[in-house]
Design a protein around this ligand. Structure first.
Ligand SMILES: C[S@@+](CC[C@H](N)C(=O)[O-])C[C@H]1O[C@@H](n2cnc3c(N)ncnc32)[C@H](O)[C@@H]1O
Length: 279
């Protein structure tokens, strides 16, 4: 029990504790207490499974996975911002011997050991089949893989944390195999991140300016080669179909952490300027 950090008391749930994990840095977990027994709760905002991820991607994740699996003998898949890798573990349950799975997390605590612990706890481990490989890496420094590595790349509830969102989409395109597909959710903040309205361009955490005028981010993305924008229940997502490397005619002007404006907001605002391209 000494790994419980009872300094953070949450009346309804008990509190938070740090996992007993040698490389632990920032991962914290919720626990409940019943009759003196403490039970770990996995952080709900980090443990969405396939069903929830699919909802945030308009059903496109399951459909694309099934389609790619039909067309190819095996799939190499990357999730950017994988939390406990619940989605990758769910996919592995569906085609365990045909998948090579990778996940990226920026936080050192969300590492291989934690993901394997989560898989065992949730009954999602498959003896003899390798678990997803977790890479502790900041996706703002690019996607740490060679060109044309993945058949499918997806990301849920993560892009809002990225400083240079367009560069990440270019990196995604670079590492997709020919005719590979990427599905990247643009998590849109609810209109009251803390009970007060939030301007639209802050809710999507991105703005694009063309000759001094702000353009609609999703119309602009939709107008780019290989990119289409889909609508899910609450959010939009982009679908990239690899037909050559993607290079957006826009440069990052500034990015900043939204809690810098107000502590209750979260994510990173990215501001771009459209640049002229050669005719
Ligand atoms: C809100 S959680 C979402 C986890 C999971 N996709 C889900 O929907 O349950 C965001 C995840 O993105 C990761 N993340 C945030 N910023 C990142 C970055 N710059 N590079 C890589 N991973 C990042 C975090 O480590 C965390 O696992």
């Amino acid at each position: 029990m000494e790994d419980f950090d009872t300094s953070v008391q949450i009346p309804q749930t008990g509190g938070k504790y740090r996992a007993h994990n040698p490389t632990e840095a920032r991962a914290t977990y919720w626990w409940t207490e019943e009759d003196g027994d403490r039970r770990r709760l996995w952080n709900a905002g980090r443990s969405r499974g396939l069903q929830k991820a699919d909802k945030r991607l308009g059903g496109a994740l399951s459909a694309t996975f099934a389609q790619l699996l039909q067309d190819r003998e095996s799939l190499t898949i990357l999730e950017i911002g994988t939390g406990y890798a619940h989605v990758l573990l769910d996919l592995r349950m569906m085609a365990s011997d045909r998948l090579e799975l990778h996940g990226i997390n920026v936080e050192p605590g969300y590492n291989q050991q934690l993901i394997e612990e989560f898989a065992r706890d949730q009954g999602l481990d498959i003896p003899g089949i390798a678990p997803p490989t977790i890479h502790v890496h900041d996706a703002d420094n690019g996607v740490p893989f060679a060109d044309e590595t993945f058949d499918l790349i997806f990301s849920v509830a993560t892009l809002h944390s990225i400083r240079d969102k367009l560069r990440l989409l270019e990196e995604v395109s670079r590492t997709l195999r020919p005719e590979g597909v990427a599905l990247i959710e643009f998590p849109t903040a609810v209109n009251d991140m803390a009970g007060l309205p939030v301007p639209d361009h802050y809710r999507q955490r991105m703005e694009i300016w063309d000759r001094g005028t702000a353009v609609d981010v999703f119309d602009w993305l939709q107008s780019q080669r290989s990119v289409s924008v889909g609508q899910a229940a609450d959010d939009r997502y982009v679908r990239i179909e690899k037909s050559g490397p993607l290079s957006f005619p826009a440069e990052l002007v500034a990015s900043f952490s939204l809690p810098g404006i107000w502590e209750k907001w979260w994510g990173c605002q990215s501001i771009y300027r459209v640049v002229e391209t050669a005719p």
